[in-house]
Structure formats: C-alpha cells, structure tokens
Design a protein around this ligand. Structure first.
Ligand code: NDP
Length: 333
C-alpha cells in the first residue's frame, strides 16, 4: 500500500483550480516510535476558510506553505499505537494533513465515539461547525425570544445550525441561500420561517424588508458582499451583526467596493463584530454539551454532502464556492 498526500502547489489567483493542488505518493509507513500513533484517514472536512490560508496574507492563522501538505479537520482511525492514551481501533479527530496515512503524536487529538454519533458528525455539528454556530449566535448575537434573525449561507454547514438554534431560542428566522431547493430545505427540514434565494431575487433590500416586517435584530453573516449590504437597510436599534465569514469575497482579486456601513451602525446603535471560533475555547464544553443534548432530543438535525474518495478532496473544496453542498461538505476516504 502507498500513502497519498495533497500539497498546495500554487497560491490560487481568484477561484482555486484543480491545478493549484498536487498529489504525491510515497511508500506506506511501516514503523512508529514510542509516543506515536499511525493514523488512517476516514473523513476530511473541506471548509471555506482554507481559501484564506492558501493566500500569502496576514490572518488569524498562518498561510499554508507551498509544496507542503494542506491540513484541515480530519477523523482518522488509529491503526497502530505506541501511545498510552489511544489504542488500535480508536477513532480520533483533529487538524491533520491531507494524507491517506500519517504518524501523529497525541497533542490536540480528541477521541471520538462512533457509537454516539456518525463519525462525520464530529467534523460538522459536533465539531468546529457546531461550535461556530453556537458560540457566534449566543456570544455576539445575544438572542432574545421574539427577535428576528437573518442568516446568510443558511443552507450550508454553519448557517443551517445557526437557524435551528435561533428557532430553539424562540426567534423568527430568515435564511438566505442560492437555490430554491435549498430554500425549501431550510423551511421543511430546519424549520426556518422564511427564505430568500439571492440568485433569483431582483431586489434583496425589498426581499429582506418583506421577510422581516419587524426589522432585523441579529444578522449572522457567512457571506459578506452585496447580500450583506442589503441587510443594513432593515436593521433595528441595538442590532447585532456577527461577522463570521465572507465567502462571496474570498476569491476577489481586487478590494471589494461595498456599502459604507458606519452610518447604519451609528443610527441604530448597532454592533458589528468579527467572530473567530477559536476565541471562544472556554465556551466549547458548554456548547458541546448543549449541541449534543439538542441533537439527542431531536431538536437539532443536520445534513451533509459526502463526496467519495481522497482524489476528490480538491474538487469538493472548490465546489464550496459553487454552492454544490447542502449542509457540511465532507470527503469520505
Ligand atoms: P458552507 O457549508 O456554508 O459552504 C459554503 C456555502 O457558501 C456554499 O454552499 C454556498 O451556498 C455559499 N456561497 C458560495 N459562494 C457564494 C457567494 N459568492 N455568495 C453567497 N454565498 C456563496 O460553509 P461553512 O458553513 O463551513 O462556512 C460558512 C462561512 O462561515 C464561511 O464564510 C466560513 O469561512 C465561515 N466560518 C468562519 C469560522 C470562524 O471562526 N470565523 C468558522 C467556520 C466557518 P449557496 O448555494 O447558498 O450560495
């Protein structure tokens, strides 16, 4: 057996291309040293934020190095262990390389329990995605029952959970997504009150005003750009805007020319705050407990787009920018 690895070959210009990635093959790892484990990759998470790490730009995480393996959230099986904490047959999750097999020391790996939830869920609702939705909405959004929440990227991994948490907490929830099928899913599967397809709506400002007749108290922003600009015309006094992501501008090669939001924020005494999930580590135990409980009680559900095969990791990642996923995009190895 050989081990396959995916390297970052080029820093993408605009939208990433398959040629920005390179596959290499080496002989399989035969021996491990004391304290190490040999891991076989089972599921790989592809995430929009990885696009930022592919550019050579200052951010909250360092850029990936050229000609080095890309890494992201991975669930892997322990196939050999010389470490007391983990045994052969265990499954772990953590930030690992895009490799079919790799040696790991234990730091930062979590044991995951396949009997409690499907393994892929540890990359979604019971992983960074769920933590992002819960911490962003509760810590910055500070929701109060009866308020109106708008979520962009609503049919994706984070957005679909944000909307459901909003409903559990007694909010009116409006989702924005890119196809009618996704809008139907938001309402029928996830219980959103209303949805707006930004691709078929001529006037987002009017559509938001109609869907939120009492104005918008919380905006959970996953996409940025013109879709988000339209929200500012409907925000209420003391609105909270959670700036979680901006996928619509991640591939821009020029600085976007958007709305000047400052007058809207001033007039409404509104708060707009950048959110990074890793700033809320102390909240993770509470978040995991709550998400697991809601999941077990059937109050929360989730959907996944599972792509098969290690070779398809780059394509699955690129497809995020085409909206090909519903819920969490995951590659099964
Ligand atoms: P998603 O599952 O939401 O996948 C991305 C979705 O974005 C696509 O399905 C697509 O849906 C939508 N999209 C793609 N291009 C555009 C565009 N040009 N305009 C509008 N929508 C677009 O990804 P995640 O849930 O993993 O991430 C959502 C956001 O949250 C991202 O911006 C990500 O970077 C951010 N994030 C931030 C974290 C943090 O700590 N700050 C942590 C995790 C995620 P559609 O068909 O509706 O267009």
């Amino acid at each position: 057996m050989k081990t396959q690895t995916i390297l970052l070959k080029n820093r993408p210009e605009g939208k990433p291309k398959l040629s920005d990635f390179e596959f290499t093959t080496e002989d399989s790892i035969e021996t491990i040293s004391s304290g190490e484990m040999l891991l076989e990759t089972a599921y790989v998470s592809v995430d929009p934020y990885l696009r930022g790490r592919m550019s050579d730009a200052k951010s909250y995480v360092p850029p990936f190095e050229l000609n080095k393996p890309i890494h992201s959230g991975v669930v892997a099986k322990v196939i050999d262990s010389k470490n007391d904490k983990f045994s052969e047959g265990d499954y772990v999750s953590g930030m690992l390389d895009w490799k079919t097999q790799q040696i790991s020391k234990v730091e930062d790996l979590l044991k995951v329990d396949a009997s409690k939830a499907p393994l892929s869920a540890y990359l979604g609702i019971l992983g960074m995605t769920g933590l992002t939705a819960y911490c962003g909405l509760t810590q910055i959004g500070k929701p109060q029952a009866g308020e109106t929440l708008v979520v962009s990227g609503a049919a994706g991994a984070v957005g679909s959970i944000v909307g459901q948490i909003g409903k559990i907490l007694g909010l009116r929830v409006i989702g924005i997504a890119g196809t009618d099928e996704k809008i139907d899913m938001l309402k029928s599967k996830f219980g959103f009150d209303a949805g707006i397809n930004y691709n078929t709506t001529d006037n987002m400002k009017t559509a938001i005003a109609e869907a939120a007749p009492d104005g918008v108290d919380i905006y959970f922003d996953n996409v940025g750009g013109p879709i988000s600009d339209a929200i500012f015309f409907s925000i209420n006094k003391f609105a909270r805007i959670i700036n979680c992501g901006a996928i619509s501008v991640y591939n821009n090669t020029e600085l976007p020319k958007g709305l000047s939001v400052q007058p809207f924020l001033v007039k409404n005494s509104a708060l707009m705050q950048g959110f990074i999930v890793s700033n809320y580590v102390e909240k993770f135990p509470e978040a995991m407990k709550q998400l697991s409980e809601w999941l077990a009680e059937g109050k929360l559900t989730y959907t996944e787009t599972i792509v098969d095969g290690f070779d398809n990791i780059p394509k699955a990642f690129i497809d995020l920018f085409e909206g090909k996923n519903k819920g969490k995009m995951i590659v099964k190895i």
